[in-house]
Ligand binder design. Structure first.
Ligand SMILES: Nc1ncnc2c1ncn2[C@@H]1O[C@H](COP(=O)(O)OP(=O)(O)OP(=O)(O)O)[C@@H](O)[C@H]1O
Ligand SMILES: [Mg+2]
Length: 269
């Protein structure tokens, strides 16, 4: 009886693990599937992301890419299969528990406060993860520490000089970079990017690729991207989704040369 309480109830109060299990992939998807009614949006997908990996996910519209991110991040419950994060089976975890473990994401559509400054947007994002976020008051020193971390991050990514600029006054390309900076506020080890170059001009896309290539090499990145120039400039390996299935995975050169990919993804016969 006591054993049953200890093993089932106590862990609920202790919360989810906060540390990766050493030696495990950042992310391991095992037979992951999601159905919406009769539609298999993601189907029996196996995928691994190791520390420092830069992996792209490509595929035609409706291939299941965003759905896949929603499964990895816990927005949607899976239909079957497993999401293992840093060695922990996180399939049934809430999104915030996954973030605490070191996973962060950005969205396909812009998600910033346009009338707040770069710094204020970042402070809000960084504060969101703090245990004290619901406190009515807090010590001045905790703001100091938070501010210091945000400053450090903005300096690292080259935005410190624009910290007081309101988001709406930044270029579209800069706004998309700031979204990624917000994703870094929680100090992730795995970053999921959903089309970081969506809607950018060619010049802005090149800047985005350079920006991503300057991020900490230890950080693992899983990136959905339609813009092949950006994808090929940033990632080392690519997974190709088609109707929810992983049809090919390999280095950028292998994917470029793959007849299957050319036929199915690029529509070449
Ligand atoms: N919440 C939902 N309810 C029902 N069907 C959905 C839902 N979300 C996605 N779908 C369907 O699942 C399939 C995969 O959609 P998803 O948005 O994951 O594709 P995608 O690869 O991200 O496409 P895009 O390149 O256009 O962003 C589509 O057929 C879509 O209509
Ligand atoms: Mg999508």
């Amino acid at each position: 009886m006591f054993d049953a309480i200890r093993t089932t109830v106590v862990p609920l109060f202790k919360g989810r693990p906060r540390d990766p299990i050493p030696g495990h992939p950042c992310l391991s998807l095992q037979g992951l599937s999601k159905s919406f009614g009769g539609l298999d949006a993601v189907s029996g997908l196996d995928l691994q992301v190791m520390p420092g990996d830069r992996k792209g996910i490509i595929g035609p519209n409706g291939a299941g890419k965003t759905t896949l991110f929603n499964l990895i991040t816990g927005v949607f419950p899976v239909t079957s299969g497993k999401v293992v994060l840093f060695g922990h089976d996180a399939t049934k975890w809430a999104s915030y528990d996954r973030v605490h473990l070191g996973m962060s994401r950005t969205f396909q559509v812009t998600n910033l406060f346009p009338k707040l400054s770069v710094m204020d947007n970042l402070l809000l994002a960084a504060q969101g993860l703090r245990a004290m976020k619901l406190a009515m008051w807090r010590f001045q020193s905790s703001y100091g520490e938070l501010h210091g971390k945000c400053r450090e991050l903005l300096e690292k990514v080259g935005f410190w000089d624009r910290r007081d600029v309101e988001i709406r006054h930044l270029s579209h390309g800069e706004q998309r970079q700031i979204e990624i900076v917000l994703g870094l506020a929680t100090e992730p080890r795995l970053l999921l990017l959903d089309e970081p170059a969506a809607g950018l001009s060619t010049g802005e896309s090149h800047e985005m690729a350079a920006f991503l290539n300057n991020l900490d090499p230890e950080l693992a990145i899983l990136m959905i991207e339609h813009d092949m120039d950006v994808a090929f400039a940033v990632v080392n390996t690519i997974a190709v989704l088609h109707y929810g299935e992983l049809i090919e995975e390999g280095t950028t050169e292998q994917i470029r040369a793959s007849e299957k990919v050319q036929k199915i993804y690029l529509g070449v016969d």
